[in-house]
Design a protein around this ligand. Sequence first.
Ligand SMILES: Nc1ncnc2c1ncn2[C@@H]1O[C@H](COP(=O)(O)OP(=O)(O)OP(=O)(O)O)[C@@H](O)[C@H]1O
Length: 525
Amino acid sequence: MMAPTMTGHAKGESVMAQQMPVSGAVGGEKMAAPLRNDSPATSIHVERARRELLRAAMDAVEEWVVVVDAQGGIQFLNAPYAEFLGVEASEVLGRDVSEVIENTRMHEVLESGRAELAQLQLIRGHHMIAHRYPIFRDGELIGAIGSVLYHDTWEWRQVNAQVQALEAEVDYYRQALETPNGARWQLSDIIGDSPAMRELASKVRKIAPGGASVLIRGESGTGKELYAHALHRSSARAKGPFIKLNCAAIPEALLEAELFGYEEGAFTGARRGGKPGKFQLADGGTLFLDEVGDMPLAMQAKLLRVLQDREVEAVGATRLVTVDVRVIAATHRPLEALVESGEFREDLFYRINVVPLQVPPLRERRDDLPTLATHLLSRLARRSGRRPPILSETALERLCAHHWPGNVRELENVLEAAFYLGGSHIQPTDLPDAIGARHGDARHADARRTELSTPPSGSVVLADSNTPVATGSLREAMAQTERRLIEAALSAANGNRTRAARQLGIAKSSLYEKLNRHGLLAETP
Ligand SMILES: Nc1ncnc2c1ncn2[C@@H]1O[C@H](COP(=O)(O)OP(=O)(O)OP(=O)(O)O)[C@@H](O)[C@H]1O
């Protein structure tokens, strides 16, 4: 996020101040004449000079100032504010203030005619403190003036950091309150109105109330976990716990203890008092076994026994404990083929696959893409305190033409990058090269996917997209990614560094420093 800076606009240095009319010279130094209209002949000149002085004063102060007319059109924006916003003050005159300043409430002040003092306003990711006053002349409202305090001081950054930390804490507690049992999603949160998704929703409604085991299948990033949450929240166990275990993420040696718990002293390093396993924690609720296809064979046998007997034996324990758990499993792997090759137990497969649920890949439900894209962009905007950007029709067309090997997760990643690169309007140039028309239609994207299916060793691959984005160590990869983002932003901004810095959400001075570091300073205008 951009750190607001005030470079070049310290008091007395502003452009306007330098342009102040001068009419006298004392001892070789030019001095502004005293603004007194002693005679009618000088009154016009004095009036103009007075106006210039006032404007120069507005540019010289550290507060950011904006003045709008009764319709909300900008009539004055002081130089420091214009610099922070990355606009030319003269170019935004007459434009509606809400097009230029994020989260502005000048229209509300114009409507209510009431001042708003010391209001928190989020602009470009920073919490600012703003005052807004209506302006009256002869009892008639003719405009409003807004000023932003605390924008680049060290103290305010400290306060800002504290506010952000508090907000994150509040979010955490709010989420914990809203989802006391760990299931965050419900059916209405799953976006998609295509026939395939409607059919899936109706199946979920039918199977959720019963206690049968459900196996959710589908490619990576299709939303399988969302359905597991939704099944729990639509079931009779909704008030019970929802516990998740990713079978692929736990080392084989620890999996048994994770699933079934252990007693004190069960092994070296065992916690005092022992630890309950996921099965015990999920008692009365649902256990979601993600990536079940990656479960080692030895554990598969133990899991099968628990599912059959409904009894769990913790590691190091001498007695069995009865548990009442509904198991929902998910995998993107071809379980039937794994059964064939002996990597997955057939009896366990039938045990967990009582009700199969297939989540279709995004390329088979392209009708959902516009709604999904709008939803995901709104979510990003909400999280970062910005207004949802507009997705241009050509950008949407390109998204629809893509093959989406990484499904909704890949769409989420692409939109997130475009959200930060594209500003308020997302254009095709804000999308990665691999998306849509540049590589032709979906068929072409398919062919390209095959070409890239084996990324070179050492490649860093973004999410599930198979496009290698950078290579080498993390530091090198980050530097390469930074350089690419800067180049993309400059290209999208036709070489305009102010706009590129704004798109990247960094100060112009910081962009110069990065251009210099990447040896791009000479290459760009
Ligand atoms: N229909 C949808 N509506 C809204 N968001 C979705 C939808 N489908 C997927 N997502 C989002 O896509 C991302 C991936 O979803 P999820 O983790 O459920 O996929 P998955 O199929 O379980 O992936 P994996 O197999 O890799 O675990 C999540 O951030 C989720 O919020």
